[in-house]
Design a protein around this ligand. Structure first.
Ligand code: AKB
Length: 317
C-alpha cells in the first residue's frame, strides 16, 4: 500500500483514515477523494492531494488512479442505515453502482480495494449472540441488503478476476473527530457530546438494546492492518467480523456518569432505528479475524470513555 485513494475522505471514517495513512505509512501518497458539498478543509486539505471522486463517475475514478498510480482504494462512500431507509434508491446507487465502478477500475488497473461491510449485513434470523463469521445474512434494511451484496460482489471480483478485495464488518463506530450521519448506532457518539456540553440527551434507541460498538482508533487499525495482511493466511476476505465491546444504552450512560455524574437522558425511541437495531447482532464472534490476520482491539468501554471525554473537553469546552 503506497499510493492510496480514500473515497469519502471527509466522512466519519475517511477523515481519520486519510490522516492516519499519511502519518504512518512512509512514502505514501494518500489522495483525499470527496464529492461537491463535502470538500476537505484544514489539515486534511493541506497535508496531501485532494480530488473530486464520485463513485458514480467511473472515468473520474480511473483518471485519479492513473494520475497518482493508485494501488489501493478505500471505498468509504455510503449512506448509513437510517438514512438509507429513507432514500433506498440513492443508497443502492451509491453503494452498488458505485462499488461496481470501483471494482471495474480496480480490475483494469490492478488496485486492491477495501469496502467496509457492517453489523447491518445481518438480519433477524441471524444468531444474535456470538454471531458466527459464516452465518445467515438476510437483512431487511436497504443498508443491509447493499452490505451483503457488497460482500458477495467483492468476493466475486476476487475469485473471478483476482482483484485483491478485503473487508471488515464494522460495529457502530465511536469517534470524537467527525460526527456520523444517519446511522442506527449514532446515539453512542452523540451522548458523549451532550454529556460534555452539559445538555440533556434524547436517546432514539430503547433501553436493553445491545449492539456491537468500537472506538475509532481500533477500527482504523483494522482497516490498515487487514490491507497489509499476508494474503496467504486469509481464508476469508469479504468480510471479517471484528468486535471489541457490546453494550445497551443504560450501560453506556452509567459508564459516562462515572466521569460526568450530571448526564441527563430521556428516551424518545425512533421506530426506524429501533427496528434496525433489533435485527442486528448483540455481539459478534471475531475469532476468524484474530486467527487469519491477528486482529486485536485495544480499547474497552472504560478506556474509550476516558479518552472520548478528554478529547471532547479539549474540542468543545
Ligand atoms: C449504522 O448505524 O448505520 C452504522 C453501521 C453499524 O454500519 N454505524
Amino acid at each position: 500500500m503506497k499510493n492510496v485513494l480514500v473515497i469519502g475522505s471527509t466522512g466519519q471514517i475517511g477523515s481519520e483514515l486519510t490522516m492516519k495513512i499519511r502519518r504512518e505509512i512512509p512514502g505514501s501518497t494518500v489522495v483525499a477523494g470527496y464529492i461537491p458539498g463535502a470538500e476537505p478543509k484544514g489539515i486534511l486539505l493541506e497535508s496531501g492531494p485532494a480530488e473530486l471522486a464520485d463513485v458514480r463517475n467511473a472515468p473520474q475514478l480511473a483518471a485519479i488512479v492513473d494520475k497518482y498510480r493508485i494501488d489501493t482504494i478505500y471505498n468509504l462512500a455510503a449512506l448509513l442505515s437510517a438514512v438509507a431507509e429513507k432514500k433506498p434508491l440513492l443508497a443502492w446507487d451509491i453503494q452498488m453502482n458505485g462499488l461496481l465502478n470501483i471494482l471495474e477500475v480496480a480490475r483494469e488497473k490492478n488496485c486492491a480495494v477495501f469496502t467496509p461491510s457492517s453489523i447491518g449485513s445481518f438480519g433477524p434470523e441471524t444468531p444474535h449472540v456470538g454471531t458466527p463469521q459464516d452465518t445467515i445474512q438476510r437483512p431487511r434494511s436497504m443498508y443491509g441488503v447493499t452490505k451483503v451484496a457488497t460482500e458477495l460482489l467483492s468476493d466475486y471480483y476476487f475469485h473471478k478476476y483476482g482483484v485483491d478485495t478485503r473487508s471488515v464488518r464494522f460495529p457502530g463506530l465511536i469517534s470524537n473527530v467527525t460526527l456520523p450521519g444517519g446511522g442506527t448506532t449514532d446515539y453512542a457518539v452523540e451522548v458523549y457530546y451532550s454529556a460534555v456540553k452539559g445538555e440533556e440527551f434524547v436517546c432514539p434507541i430503547a433501553p436493553g438494546t445491545y449492539m456491537d460498538m468500537m472506538y475509532m482508533p481500533d477500527a482504523l487499525g483494522a482497516a490498515v492492518h487487514l490491507m497489509e495482511a499476508d494474503p496467504a493466511r486469509l481464508v476469508h476476505r469479504n468480510s471479517f467480523n471484528i468486535a471489541s465491546m457490546s453494550f445497551e444504552p443504560e450501560t453506556l450512560f452509567a459508564k459516562i456518569r462515572e466521569y460526568i455524574p450530571s448526564l441527563k437522558v430521556r428516551y424518545e425511541v425512533d421506530p426506524i432505528r429501533q427496528a434496525i437495531a433489533n435485527s442486528w447482532p448483540d455481539s459478534m464472534d471475531d475469532s476468524c479475524a484474530r486467527a487469519e490476520w491477528d486482529w486485536k482491539p485495544t480499547y474497552d468501554l472504560d478506556s474509550m470513555t476516558v479518552d472520548m471525554i478528554e478529547c471532547l473537553r479539549k474540542k468543545l469546552v
